[in-house]
Design a protein around this ligand. Structure first.
Ligand SMILES: [Zn+2]
Length: 362
């Protein structure tokens, strides 16, 4: 794999990941006349919940709108310049033009005016876009295993790079797929967030893992994985290094966890064979998800990685894939109980959905 870092016209970084180290060098210049980057945002911590909220107000007033026929994630062509100056690419990562978290933040008062109990701070961090392929008309699930491997290497590279970025406490790689999830760009892509704090979900999972380890002396996900593999009732796919299963207390109508058999804190810690094996295992999972309702399944794929500094020995990397679709044409809405109280009601059992995803006809 060859990695080439370049700069876009407004100074943002673009990084090419080439599977073939002898591919032509990445030297194309960004010839666009781009305005300076949007000002960075502010974040505030709600004193009632203790959670940070980023105020990315500039995202509402995006001045740069590409013409409808120009995909900003396709390679550039003569006469039409996109975010990627090259005329083709394998996998490319670039800094988001409208980031929720960014470097170089302006001075922000340490509390919200007139609210001494409410801390505020620059939303310091980094937001990146990952293009999985230069082919506009495909999806992650239709990539070849070697292409997925390059994506995994890019995720690993960015996890280490963002972890070394000042202020970043947690790195989150994810993909939103499908219009039902709110995706407006159809080009196969994902995002990487470097948060300046540990996210509420991770913080809670670390507390639970700590309590479990104090009681049992073992990592909780290791015990869950062993139990799922022993039972097999909710296992979808099992390979040498990974197992994919529907969690026994799944919250979403379709939900799968893809877990490595070895406890590692993050993607960067995966070995070559674990990365290769992930590619084929995950592609198998995605094929089954698309076959479930016989249509491309809208989904969110969320990597749970250890925070940069805290709780690394408690963490066990895993990928969570879930969908809002409860039948071919019905969405699950996050209504009163879920949105108001974070109490989930699922109307299918994990065992039923696992059986359907496991079916050989899928
Ligand atoms: Zn495109």
């Amino acid at each position: 794999m060859r990695r080439t870092a370049r700069r876009l016209a407004d100074g943002r970084e673009v990084i090419y990941f080439d599977a073939d180290p002898s591919a032509p060098p990445r030297v194309a210049e960004d010839t666009r006349d781009l305005p300076a980057q949007a000002p960075a945002s502010e974040m505030r911590r709600d004193p009632l919940s203790g959670e940070w909220v980023a105020m990315a107000a500039h995202r509402q007033t995006r001045t740069y709108k590409p013409p409808a026929d120009l995909c900003p994630l396709c390679p550039s062509a003569p006469g039409s310049s996109s975010e990627i100056p090259e005329s083709e690419y394998d996998v490319v990562v670039f800094e988001n033009r409208f980031p929720s978290f960014a470097q170089g933040n302006p001075d922000i008062p340490s509390t919200v005016e007139g609210m001494s109990m409410m801390p505020s701070a620059p939303a310091a961090g980094r937001c990146e876009v990952v293009c999985f392929t230069s082919d506009h008309n495909t999806s992650f699930g239709h990539l070849r295993p070697a292409q997925v491997r390059t994506v995994v290497d890019a995720w690993a590279d960015r996890t280490e790079a963002l972890a070394a970025t000042p202020g970043v406490e947690q790195v989150f790689c994810f993909e939103n797929r499908g219009e039902e999830i709110g995706v407006t760009l159809h080009h196969p892509h994902g995002q990487i967030y470097g948060y300046p704090f540990i996210t509420p979900r991770t913080e809670r999972m670390l507390r639970v893992a700590e309590t479990y380890r104090a009681e049992h002396g073992r990592p909780v996900l290791g015990d869950v994985l062993a139990a799922e593999r022993a039972s097999g009732a909710r296992v979808i796919v099992e390979s040498e290094h990974w197992t994919a299963f529907v969690p026994a207390a799944a919250r979403w109508p379709v939900e799968v966890r893809v877990v490595p058999h070895r406890q590692v804190p993050d993607i960067a810690a995966l070995t070559d064979s674990e990365r290769d094996d992930f590619a084929t295992t995950y592609l198998d999972v995605l094929r089954r998800l698309d076959a479930l309702y016989d249509r491309p399944l809208p989904y969110i794929a969320a990597w749970h990685q250890a925070p940069v500094r805290a709780g690394r020995d408690l963490s066990w990397l895993h990928l969570e894939v879930f969908s809002v679709l409860r039948s071919a044409d019905k969405l699950k809405y996050l209504a009163g109980s879920e949105s108001g109280m974070a109490v989930w009601i699922n109307d299918v059992t994990p065992e039923q959905i696992a059986e359907r995803l496991r079916a050989p006809s899928v």
